[in-house]
Design a protein around this ligand. Structure first.
Ligand SMILES: NC(=O)c1ccc[n+]([C@@H]2O[C@H](COP(=O)([O-])OP(=O)(O)OC[C@H]3O[C@@H](n4cnc5c(N)ncnc54)[C@H](OP(=O)(O)O)[C@@H]3O)[C@@H](O)[C@H]2O)c1
Length: 333
């Protein structure tokens, strides 16, 4: 007799904070694996902040869960039946099987793991998507260097724990931001961060004390008030790793001003620069290329020429109000 499957479905899209009524719990017969498929029994299901986004049909980087469909999620489990080569009952596997006890999955969507390497649940956390997130984001964007200060929000959480510890391994000063004394004590005591700031207290004063040399890398997990407090303390050539903004996920409408969550969704790169940092070293190459474009007509330019040095103050005042039309220059004599 087929085993009973237990599934959690999305009943409706939440408005603001999700409620239990947004979900439906259903029993159904366990599926039969088709040719090339494996029947998996989930042992652990990962719950992650991104799932809030999947419950909404707002435009995003991933498709929403359909109403009435099983909620999406990563699971670790064991094979109970296999109709695919390479998998046998008892194998331990990872995959995105959703919020359900049993699933029949094409073999290509499974990742087999050795259960003796680490506790199974770790493959959903430090050894799973959150750990990978921390590792990739630091390698690609944060690029922490020994001696730098790395601040990470939601520091006691799945991603944050790993970010701060990698920063320590790389020789950085790691400063966490977390909610409450117990979490902060864990972050400094158990995880070995150099300091942890409680975002329920005076953020500004605590950040100043914890980051006497400013902040070189800010790992953003939270947004909101934490982002506002950290941002002004970033050092020259600092990096902000835009990972998530969980404090704003339940907002019914976007907060005013540019919303940096777009950096996550659209993988935006926002980087400031000052031309003198390295521009003049490339002046010769620039000038030769530009002269070529000017000569062959691909580069056009307009100037706004004012006569006499005495006219300079008024022209400059106008520049700040849009009175110029094109590159403003003064014909001195
Ligand atoms: N870009 C990616 O590929 C990617 C991948 C994975 C995760 N993420 C993002 O990474 C972030 C952390 O995810 P996680 O899985 O590691 O979750 P998590 O940190 O284990 O859990 C969420 C934590 O966020 C903090 N938080 C929640 N609401 C808050 C608020 N209003 N203000 C301040 N802090 C708040 C809470 O910690 P405190 O009590 O300490 O505040 C909470 O424990 C999320 O934004 C998530 O969306 C992004």
């Amino acid at each position: 007799m087929a085993e009973t499957n237990l599934q959690v479905l999305l009943r409706r899209r939440p408005q603001g904070e999700p409620t239990p009524d947004d979900f439906e719990i259903r029993e159904a017969p366990a599926p039969e694996p088709a040719e090339g498929e494996v029947l998996v029994r989930a042992r652990f299901l990962s719950l992650d902040p991104y799932m809030r986004g999947r419950m909404s049909d707002a435009k995003s980087y991933a498709k929403p869960v359909e109403i009435g469909a099983v909620m999406e999620g990563q699971t670790a489990g064991e094979v109970v039946a296999s109709r695919a080569p390479g998998f046998a009952p008892g194998d331990t596997v990872l995959g995105g099987f959703g919020w359900q006890r049993f699933s029949a999955v094409p073999a290509a969507r499974l990742f087999k793991v050795d259960p003796d390497e680490a506790p199974l649940s770790a493959s959903l956390g430090v050894l799973g998507m959150p750990g990978l997130t921390a590792w990739v984001g630091l390698e690609d964007i944060g690029q922490p260097k020994a001696g730098e200060t790395v601040v990470v929000s939601a520091a006691s959480g799945a991603v944050g724990q790993v970010v701060g510890q990698i920063a320590k391994i790389r020789g950085c000063r790691a400063v966490g931001v977390a909610g409450g004394k117990a979490k902060c004590d864990f972050v400094t005591g158990e995880l070995g961060f150099d300091a942890c700031v409680d975002h329920r207290g005076d953020l500004k004063a605590q950040l100043e004390a914890a980051c006497p040399d400013g902040i070189d890398v800010y790992w953003e997990n939270v947004g909101g008030a934490v982002q506002a407090a950290v941002f002004p303390r970033l050092n020259d050539f600092g990096r902000m790793v835009m990972c998530g903004m969980i404090a704003e996920y339940n907002d019914a409408s976007p907060r005013p001003g540019p919303n940096l969550m777009a950096c996550v969704r659209k993988r935006l790169r926002i980087q400031g620069f000052i031309v003198s940092d390295s521009g003049w070293q490339r002046y010769g190459r620039f000038r030769a290329e530009m002269l070529g474009w000017m000569r062959d007509g691909r580069m056009r330019w307009r100037e706004d020429v004012v006569d006499g040095l005495r006219a300079a103050p008024q022209a400059f005042i106008g520049l700040l109000k849009g009175a110029n039309f094109g590159k403003l220059v003064v014909r001195v004599d």
